[in-house]
Design a protein around this ligand. Structure first.
Ligand code: WTA
Length: 661
């Protein structure tokens, strides 16, 4: 992105705060939540106020207490309650006379469609759960799912939930190495994957990658289930412990599996996410608190009603898809859309065609997608009838006001509220956003914290910062959807999220999401981005340390630093600065091998935008790499004082290289 444009975006961000949009009256009249008193009610009753979330579910056993904070920050929610997530997302809708209602509407990239009614879903979830049982999967066994956007992914998740086996979904775009790392970390002995899938018309081989991943698993893998997505287009051989999904399900025809009653605090799933170190952390989410929170936020923020056709155009391989494609909408008994492919295939109006064809009511996506739509042009949505839309949402990264307004006008026809929802893998569900039937919207600012959520923007001395000033975002109270720990690493859980701002002696616990933010006089929070070594590329959360270790692993690279640089569409892009072993300027071959190294270690979505070979990296006198400076170079910003550097000369060198590319 050019310097001027960059400045534009910054300027816009400042101006935007003065702008406000009221929610359309027509929307307010029908909104699930429209009484502003909800904020106060939540305060008065807290933590009991969270019972309204749990009350959205059917419990086998009522909880004894809403919150147990005796072992903070290892909080427990809905203590001693028991329930089953699959029962709540499937069975109860069948039992309540809605068996013929569409649960999942799926569209493949080539245009084929499949609709699963709640009855269909019930049947297949049961049969696959029976198959998993027969393979030997027991309660509490972690089952890894490495699947793209095909219906078998949510079905497998629900089948696992039915038998009380936590799932660990690994995004299909992750590499073999990344799959192995996650299976090893979770001691997972079962894998569900597929032969391949379609991407822009091509049949993509997935099983070869999965098999390479399996080769890197350090323990015995009991069984692998392979969904045959591509048929004859990609013939594949199954190894001895590999089973064809369709055959397994067919063999269990008509089988029913009693949903296992799980303790509210039993693990529903694990989701690995990037952090400061090179090792991904497994966020542990529970059955009662997580599901209550996903259902409640889907209802209150996304305004989903059972009769809605709702579409979250994310990938189930990330937390957004878990909470807002699968668990939230299905818990509420609505229709959730799934699309296999890319938004520009066969043409750039594909998503709008899907909205039109299915009369989608609610659409939820990421700012990076909106910026791509903007670039493609308003003519694409203009040719489609989008009048069914009632509400729009965004998630994953800050949205610049220009993109917000484009979305508002060209997708929402200025008649749909937009919810800009801030949350994380760790929070399980939305935390900071307007309630669409209550609050005015301010483009660029997510909004106030949700009822019951206590968010503060604070300075290093823990005092609250003045409105308009940047500080650190903190959450001062627990909430039901929060991660319970970093899987098998309680210490890291404390270190990463609680140590910075808590006061253990006083038993005061403050959650630190590692985001910077500012707050305005109305309590609206603008999230500024990560303050740790995590970057956000096209809404994908990446650890720069993970990328660095991949780069350093490439033969010929001696040292490397990875930072994020701003990017017009992706939000951030990966910038690699590397010192070669022979201190040469590197060559094309090394350049390509660095790209391969990153793609192999993580996946194509982490591909570096720019690789700069340099004889030195800018370091402080104590030898620390000045990442800030490298970020400024990537962003084409003015550089501040470089006199504290041990090697100030290197800066100009690097700068010139970046500019000349
Ligand atoms: C960023 C995705 C600004 C933030 C659900 C957070 C956002 C990280 C927003 C979590 C938003 C998410 N405005 N920034 N509305 N939503 N983020 O774990 O930096 O993939 O910490 O969860 O995305 O990314 P994750």
């Amino acid at each position: 992105m050019g310097e001027e444009e960059d400045l534009d975006v910054q300027l816009e961000a400042q101006l935007a705060e003065q702008e406000e949009f009221e929610p359309p009256e027509e929307f307010v009249e029908q909104a699930n939540v429209s009484d502003p008193g909800i904020y106060e009610e939540f305060e008065e009753e807290w933590p009991q106020s969270w019972e309204r979330a749990a009350d959205l579910l059917d419990w086998d056993q009522e909880w004894d207490a809403v919150l147990d904070d005796s072992d903070a920050p290892f909080y427990e929610w809905f203590v001693d309650g028991e329930l089953n997530a699959a029962y709540n997302c499937v069975d109860r809708h069948v039992e309540s006379g809605r068996k013929n209602h569409a649960a999942i509407k799926w569209e493949g990239e080539a245009g084929e469609t499949r609709t699963y009614t709640y009855q269909d879903l019930y049947r297949e979830v049961n049969e696959f759960a029976a198959a998993l049982r027969e393979l030997g999967v027991e309660e509490d066994d972690v089952v890894t799912l490495h699947l793209p956007m095909i219906p078998e992914l949510p079905i497998a998740m629900l089948a696992c939930a039915r038998i009380g086996a936590p799932h660990s979904v690994v995004f299909a775009g992750f590499s073999a190495d990344a799959l192995a790392t996650r299976m090893n970390a979770a001691d997972s002995e079962y894998l569900i994957t597929c032969d391949g899938y379609y991407r822009r018309g091509d049949a993509l081989d997935h099983i070869e990658k999965a098999n390479n991943g399996l080769a890197g698993v350090e323990h015995d893998v009991e069984d692998v289930v392979v969904v045959d997505r591509l048929g004859d287009e990609l013939p594949h051989q199954l190894a001895e412990n590999q089973h064809d999904y369709a055959e397994l399900v067919a063999a269990q025809e008509g089988e029913r599996v009693e949903p296992v009653s799980r303790d509210a605090e039993d693990m529903l799933f694990l989701m690995y996410t990037s952090g400061t170190t090179g090792k991904p952390k497994g966020a542990k989410h529970t059955t009662g608190g997580y599901l209550s929170y996903a259902a409640w936020t889907t209802q209150s923020v996304l305004d989903v009603k059972p009769e809605d056709t709702y579409w979250c155009a994310a990938d189930i391989g990330w937390i957004t898809g878990h909470s807002y494609i699968v668990y939230g909408p299905l818990a509420l008994g609505s229709t959730t859309m799934m699309y296999e492919g890319t938004p520009d295939y066969p043409d750039k109006d594909r998503l709008w065609e899907i909205v039109e064809k299915n009369a989608v009511d609610i659409f939820y996506t990421a700012p990076t997608a909106i910026r791509a739509f903007m670039k493609w042009g308003e003519e694409y949505p203009a040719t489609r009838d989008l009048s069914s839309l009632r509400l729009l949402g965004t998630v994953g990264e800050p949205i610049n006001p220009r993109a917000w307004k484009w979305y508002y006008k060209h997708i929402g026809n200025e008649s749909c509220p937009i919810v800009d929802t801030w949350w994380q893998t760790e929070t399980g569900g939305m935390m900071i956003t307007t309630l669409p039937g209550i609050n005015n919207m301010k483009p660029g600012s997510a909004g106030p914290a949700l009822p019951g959520i206590d968010a503060k923007v604070i300075a290093p001395d823990k005092s609250e910062v003045e409105p308009g000033r940047a500080g650190h975002l903190t959450i001062q109270r627990p909430w039901p959807g929060m991660l319970r720990t970093v899987y098998k690493n309680d210490e890291r859980f404390i270190q990463e999220y609680w140590e910075a701002y808590s006061n253990p002696e006083e038993d005061e616990w403050v959650y630190f999401p590692e985001d910077g933010a500012k707050i305005d006089d109305d309590g609206y929070i603008t999230v500024l981005g990560r303050i740790d070594d995590v970057i956000n590329v096209s809404g994908h959360r990446l650890g720069t340390m993970e990328i660095e270790s991949a780069v350093v692993g490439v033969e010929g690279v001696a040292e490397a630093a990875v930072v994020g640089g701003s990017h017009e569409v992706k939000g951030e892009a990966v910038y690699v600065y590397a010192i070669t072993e022979d201190e040469s300027g590197g060559d094309e071959d090394l350049h390509d091998r660095v790209i391969d190294g990153v793609e192999e270690a993580i996946g194509p979505f982490a591909r570096p935008e720019e690789i700069v070979f340099t004889p030195e990296l800018p370091k402080t006198r104590s030898g620390k790499i000045m990442r800030r400076l490298l970020e400024d170079i990537a962003n084409g910003n003015e550089l501040g004082n470089t006199s504290t550097l041990r090697n100030p000369d290197v800066v100009e060198d690097i700068q010139q290289q970046v500019r000349s590319d």
